[in-house]
Design a protein around this ligand. Structure first.
Ligand code: F6R
Length: 614
């Protein structure tokens, strides 16, 4: 996820050169993940903006470009994690307007950038990158031509952009200010003495000040070395003095945003990750291209490993339902067993958050060698799997640091649901209004996921105390709930080291029920679908009859409430949202069980985040 730090200082008032402060802050943002970085400053003679940026690691760029040696007292820096446009020197931030008088860094996604860009191109603006961010620099330039008042121009531009953003902007027109705005991406102000900061995150400023103001959505303003102006769009200026917080955390704590582990932070980041993913999908022509490819396919396959494989199972069920097309799902490492049957006109949907998992990459290569076409779904722009595929659709979950996948699972299923809807529409199975209704459900997902997390965390802590002493557990469901149950079992196994097994609930009587004895924990994922509930009722009762302790993940309106010994209540929704609303309680249960057993959930034994060996 992108990171921003900006510093504006009075000469002689800072402990280090302002550029060194900016650079050191930038290093503190490295943990967020990035592929390129850069900085811009207003030269002390105020005649030009100096930019140093490129693809690669910060230390490397420092050697090549001297990021810490930029001159002047007004500087902005950025780490980029590619969303629009591949990682490259040109796409690295900051971005300039046509005249080099305005420099912008941005974290987030500008949803309407294509429309804005077309308009700006028509007006003669010249672009030098593929990013959505560059549009902002040109848009402010355009507004400044009209208003001749930079803050007014900045504000007008902010009102025109849609999507998520944390912005920091410097300009030759007002060289002692950094302008900022925020919506749905994090931004703070660091309050110093003779210098002030804007930053994505507290660790970036902690070396220089412990005073911070958290900027809220729809707020904007500017900082100078000795003043702060903050206003809310449509409401006017804000007295920020009562919002100054003293930060007590260490730098290490702060990079986890106050959470004890990255995994817990990433579980809580899911509403944001899903929202950004949705913003990225809206008006994304590649989704329509992918849907057309799928429509013309002779056979559709999907492949992945681990958590991504569960997302693939969900995708195959959703596509069968929404596009009335069967999708054959296989575990990536098993690709040799299907490779010989692949032919031209077959399409593979290859899912990998890292984009580098070797088994998935081998399956992609095997497919393409035989003339098949590949659609990649990934979190990492320009990683190996999207690069070697015909089309790539990206989630925008931000980098995942905890080894166990959490936010990337829900972001992945968001992308796959979107794709299944587009396919269903293209196939004529869904009419416009049915497809629109399903997309409206997805648009509600960030809010519903936030509710699911908030409603279930304390129950997960309580249940974890008991589960921590168990040796084995079942996770059962039917239909669209099965991939979610599988994901819950995988989480418990991999971070709490408790045996957990998952299978479609109807299979119990064909063997697994033999293990069930008094107080054996059985968790049922209960999607809010009548026929599923009716069948699960029988499965719950057969488990209960053998003494099992029944845990349910179900919506408020479930008909099975009286069958449950313990109930994770999730918000009511549509079946398409099942992985989004029902997975967070399972992630929390695994996390707190690992903690209770004294394990580090961020670094499970024997596991690596990216598996690049066959
Ligand atoms: C489980 C987990 C792994 C990954 C798997 C695939 O929590 O993280 O099972 O899902 O290694 O990784 P990607 O999606 O990067 O291909």
């Amino acid at each position: 996820m992108c990171g921003i730090i900006g510093v504006v200082a009075l000469p002689g008032k800072t402990p280090y050169k302002p550029s060194e402060m900016g650079y050191r802050g930038l290093l503190r943002l490295e943990y967020r993940g990035y592929d390129s970085a850069g900085g811009a400053s207003i030269d002390p003679f105020r005649r030009r903006i100096i930019v140093a940026k490129g693809k690669g690691k910060i230390a490397e760029l420092e050697r090549k470009l001297g990021l810490s040696k930029l001159p002047g007292y007004t500087l902005i820096y950025h780490t980029r994690w590619a969303t629009h446009g591949r990682p490259s020197d040109e796409n690295a931030h900051p971005h300039l307007d046509c005249r080099g008088e305005i420099a912008v860094v941005h974290n987030g996604i500008i949803q309407n950038y294509r429309i804005l860009k077309e308009e700006l191109l028509r007006k003669g603006h010249v672009f030098s990158s593929e990013t959505d961010t560059e549009v902002i620099a040109h848009l402010i330039e355009e507004k400044y031509r009209v208003y001749r008042d930079f803050y007014r121009a900045f504000k007008e531009a902010v009102m025109e952009i849609e999507g998520s953003y944390a912005l920091a902007v410097i300009t030759l027109h007002e060289p002692d200010k950094i302008f900022f705005a925020k919506k749905d991406s994090p931004l703070i102000i660091g309050v110093g003495d003779g210098y002030n900061f804007v930053a994505s995150d507290i660790p970036a400023i902690l070396e220089y000040t412990r005073k911070a103001i958290i900027v809220h959505d729809n707020e904007l303003g500017y900082i100078t070395p000795s003043s702060i102006y903050l206003e809310e769009l449509g409401r006017g200026s804000i007295d920020w003095s009562r919002r100054v917080r003293i930060i007590e955390w260490s730098i290490e704590d702060a990079s986890k945003g106050g959470y004890p582990h990255y995994m817990l932070k990433e579980i809580h980041e899911q509403p944001r990750a899903i929202r950004d993913t949705l913003y990225g999908l809206m008006n994304e022509p590649v989704v329509v291209e992918a849907a057309k490819l799928l429509l013309d396919a002779r056979r559709i396959y999907t492949t992945a490993a681990g958590t991504s494989y569960h997302a693939g199972l969900y995708y195959s069920l959703a596509t069968a339902q929404l596009a009335k097309q069967p999708v054959y799902s296989f575990i990536a490492s098993e690709y040799p067993s299907i490779a010989d049957s692949v032919g031209e006109d077959d399409v593979l949907v290859a899912i990998s958050q890292s984009g580098e998992t070797i088994d998935v990459l081998m399956a992609v290569r095997a497919f393409r060698e035989r003339g098949g076409r590949v659609i990649a779904v990934s979190n990492i722009v320009d990683s190996a799997i999207p690069r070697e595929s015909d089309l790539a659709i990206y989630m925008r979950a931000g980098p995942e640091i905890g080894v166990a996948a959490t936010k990337t699972f829900t972001a992945q299923t968001t992308v796959l649901a979107w794709l299944a809807i587009a396919h269903g529409e293209e196939a004529g199975v869904l009419d416009r209004s049915e497809a629109g209704e399903l997309r409206d459900w997805l648009a509600k997902a960030p809010q519903l996921v936030a509710e699911s997390i908030a409603a279930n965390e304390s129950l997960a802590i309580k249940l974890a105390e008991w589960i921590a002493g168990k040796h084995s557990m079942y996770y059962l469901s039917r239909w669209i709930g099965v991939p979610v149950a599988m994901e819950g079992a995988l989480k418990l196994k991999e971070i709490a080291y408790i045996h957990a097994e998952s299978y479609p609930a109807g299979e119990s009587k064909h063997g697994p029920i033999a293990l069930v004895e008094n107080m054996f924990p059985v968790l049922f994922v209960i999607p809010g679908v009548d026929w599923v509930e009716k069948l699960l009722l029988g499965n719950i009762q057969e488990m209960r009859a053998r003494g099992a302790y029944i845990i349910g993940v179900a919506a408020e309106d479930t008909g099975l409430a009286d069958q449950l010994d313990l109930w994770f209540r999730v918000p009511c929704g549509h079946w398409i949202l099942t992985p989004l609303t029902h997975t967070p309680p399972l992630q929390l249960l695994a996390y707190y069980t690992a903690i209770r057993r004294g394990y580090d959930p961020d670094k499970p034994r024997n596991l690596a985040k990216t598996v690049t060996v066959e």
